[in-house]
Ligand binder design. Sequence first.
Ligand code: CA
Length: 432
Amino acid sequence: MSSTSWVTSANHPECDFPLANLPYGVFRRAGSSSIGHIGVAIGDQILDLHACAEQGLLADLPHPLVAACRADLLNPLMALGPAAWSALRRCVTALLDAEKACRETQGHVAPHLVSMRDAQMQLPARIGDFTDFYASIHHATRVGRLFRPENPLLPNYKYVPIAYHGRASSIVLSGEPVRRPWGQIKSRVNGAEFSPAQSLDYELEVGVFIGPDNALGESIPIAEAEDHIFGLCLLNDWSARDIQSWEYQPLGPFLAKNFATTISPWIVPLEALEPFRVPAFERPPGDPAPLPYLTSPAPECAGIDLTLEVFLESRQMRQMGTAPALLSRSNLRDLYWTLAQMVAHHASNGCNLRPGDLLATGTISGENEGSEGCLLEKRCTGEPLCLPTGELRTFLEDGDQVIFRAWSRLPTGEKIGFGTCAGTVVEAASAP
Ligand code: CA
């Protein structure tokens, strides 16, 4: 039996933010210069938790939790852990549920709803560190094949959840333009040259916001790893392939990746994704079993069934009013490594994760054609991509907008959606 909200826009079957979702974000009323407020998405509205706390609507909750709801970023709430998150979620559900909230309660809550149209979303947390994994074996295999056709997967792949340390300072919110970077590119004539990147790509990823920390020097057991995950968002790891191919050996990506990373504004709590638990990726016979510190105590529900989509809208499509074109569709459940394995591995050497740190899964690709999570993989098919306008794409052009969406659907019909993660490529800065 599904629950409905008295915020009626939340009950539409195509709405990303029904009562069963309740993702967190930070917003400001458009045009105001006030500090950011923590909000919860419900239908086409945002429930202002800061205002709810001020007005005593969260008074039944413990004081530190109420104080965290009045912060201007989500870090304090992230630090409190799963018991606090559940308590807040139950409280917010009760305020917004058509059955549970009486008329009087609805009257008290309604003034603290802000239309999404009147809100300016902000980065949800102070992101201390950003780490990007490489957890899709289909992505790793397809990309590996371009460079090493006879031996696409490196021998460590099935043992180690591979990652690199990214850059937090250049993480931007969905909607911010992304400037084409300059960089050093291999040149047949001069050895190398410095020019705007010509092979700009997106990478379809899920971002994982870390909750409570682990002390420096202490690891996180895999059985507890998900207690350190506050929630998930969409993430685009913009990548300049020509810069990357020249710089990536021997230490991995650097300037090819750190010029911009876009995230979606809403963080979907793991609790909202519980109904979509599925078994972890089934390793084919002959693959090594994960080492004990990476062995899940409950592999039958270590994965999450989440559909992910990439759309592209060129400048010409925008001018002609053509709808964004679907480029690919993949699923989070197809990752070789689970979210818990990534967290446990990251802390396995005693590296301390902190509230608001961001991990990303790496490009999420499926096995079949049409499920490639980046343009580089689409090159495996040999043909450039053809857009509805007849324009061809090998890599992104200036004016292209890349849009990610993700959702799971409950048996009762509601969609647990992630909203959108969008960014438009703008031309490179003038020559330095
Ligand atoms: Ca990546």
